[in-house]
Ligand binder design. Structure first.
Ligand code: ADP
Length: 477
């Protein structure tokens, strides 16, 4: 099998969220089990080509977007143990700028639809010219949602799989923008109830197989919870080809025994290093240096659906219970403002780092006692998986991938604390349960060790993807 994995962001080159982590590590995990796997992504201006040894392939060409002809170049980095070979599409106008999707103030680029139309048309051009010859095109999220239709429209024998990492982002585009696309694709598009088009729904309709990043989220999508009727119709139609596979994590990069970002290392058998990292984290963030008080971490895009409305309502009460907090994240200015104000009300107890910082993220995972992730919905979630691996006990809402990966303390196999329904009261109860166990030191240590023993490496999930690929290959043309 020859696979082409399409993603708008890929760790370590470009990242805004979990999609990048998956695109960075799943293809590498698959590489030993398929004949060939390549990743393809835009060459954003912020990518340091020297640092990542990205070189020109000498391939260039042009594609038509409406009446314009736009040139592209192709660059690549070679495969390494932890990274599949990656191809980068270069274009000055669309990609050579700071930011992946947004301006520094968080506003989306006005031409995002054209940028990703272009990206997908270049991929089709490379397929046409047989510079890439995959059997399977693995598309991810709305940025590559038009590819299944484009492939079908050209009667190629390539099979397509479309993975939904987050159903919230549709990549809507207007009928005027649709006119920029090849006529064969325009004829296949379905108008939404808002009289526009959804690249996400096009991907779901057009692909031979569809999957999302956990069985729990797959069930929620098919049941239509919180989803508008029009989108739900598309999901229901896709049900026979719909699957759920939990994401794995890069267990070398997220490894408390060897983490290059953290000053101290530890294992489930010797947790001394975790306590020393906690001291370092408290020092760096200016929090009170008392090591006994439980420290709760949060690493997240600041968006409503990550549960910030609940957190913000509860913060004063939680501090009163004796907890300290470190929040790392950027995004919604209003949420940031509320976290800043909470920090001012509780100096030494609440720290807020409004940045995107890989090193701080690793230090939080290794130094905090608990990890707060009360997402309203969560397709898979990665931070709860990193947290388990670092013995940082997750407190999560029972939804999507969180429910598939964290087992509540009340069970013998418990690894964290789950709450339901999505209310302030239920979250408060979960935190109080966690605090009770935290006070009983031996129970807490046992819980940490159980959490750290969980295996979320890519092996199991990669095997499930291989099964899907095989199934696709056997499908009639
Ligand atoms: P989502 O993809 O919805 O943002 P996930 O939990 O699946 O949520 O993945 C988020 C990824 O982004 C994780 O790897 C997390 O560590 C990282 N991340 C989010 N915000 C930050 C930040 N401010 N600094 C560093 N890493 C972050």
């Amino acid at each position: 099998m020859d696979i082409l994995f399409v993603s708008a962001e890929v760790t370590p080159f470009s990242k805004t969220g979990g999609l990048a982590d998956v695109a960075g590590s799943l293809p590498a995990a698959l590489s030993s089990q398929v004949a060939s796997i390549r990743v393809i992504t835009p060459l954003y201006g912020q990518i340091d080509q020297k640092q990542h040894s990205i070189n020109s392939t000498g391939i260039s060409g042009s594609v038509s977007l409406g009446s314009e002809t736009l040139a592209y170049t192709v660059h690549k980095s070679v495969a390494t143990k932890g990274q599949a070979e990656t191809w980068f599409i270069g274009n000055e106008r669309f990609f050579k700028r700071d930011g992946i999707y947004t301006l520094p103030n968080g506003a989306g680029f006005a031409d995002n639809n054209q940028r990703f139309f272009f990206f997908q048309l270049v991929i089709i051009d490379l397929l046409d010219k047989q510079l890439l010859t995959p059997d399977i095109l693995h598309c991810n999220d709305h940025h590559s949602g038009l590819l299944p239709g484009l492939v079908k429209g050209s009667a190629r024998s390539i099979k397509t799989i479309f993975t939904i990492h987050n159903f919230l982002y549709h990549g809507h585009f207007s009928p005027d923008e649709a006119e920029l696309l090849p006529p064969v694709l325009q004829n296949m598009l379905t108008l939404t109830q808002w009289e526009n088009y959804s690249a996400l729904l096009e991907g779901i309709d057009g692909a031979d197989l569809v999957n999302t990043v956990s069985p729990g989220y797959a069930r929620e999508l098919i049941n239509g919870s919180g989803i508008d009727e029009h989108s739900h119709q598309h999901l229901r139609m896709a049900e026979p080809k719909f699957h759920g596979i939990v994401n794995g994590i890069d267990t070398d990069y997220w490894n408390p025994e060897r983490d290059s970002y953290t000053p101290f290392h530890y294992t489930a058998l010797d947790l001394t290093g975790k306590r020393l990292n906690k001291r370092e984290l408290l020092r760096q963030t200016g929090l009170d240096d008392d090591l006994e008080t439980p420290l709760m971490g949060s690493i997240s895009r600041l968006v409503e659906n990550k549960g910030f409305p609940l957190i913000i309502k509860l913060l004063d009460d939680l501090v009163a219970l004796g907890l300290k907090f470190i929040f790392l994240g950027s995004g919604d200015p209003q949420i940031a403002q509320q976290l800043r104000e909470a920090g001012k009300r509780h100096p030494g107890r609440i720290a807020f780092d409004e940045s995107y910082n890989e090193a701080v993220a690793h230090l939080i995972e290794s130094g905090a006692d608990m990890f707060l992730m009360p997402s309203r919905f969560e397709p898979c979630g990665l931070n709860q998986l990193y947290s388990l691996r670092y013995g940082t006990i997750p407190i999560v809402h029972l939804t999507g991938g969180l429910g598939d990966t964290v087992v509540d303390w009340s069970s013998e196999q418990g690894t964290g604390f789950l709450f339901e329904p999505y209310t302030v009261k239920a979250l408060l109860r979960a935190v109080k349960r966690a605090l009770t166990v935290y006070q009983a030191k031996s129970q807490w240590s046992e819980l940490m060790r159980r959490a750290m023993a969980q295996d979320f490496s890519w092996d199991r999930s990669a095997r499930q993807y291989i099964e899907l690929y095989k199934k696709m290959k056997e499908m009639p043309q």
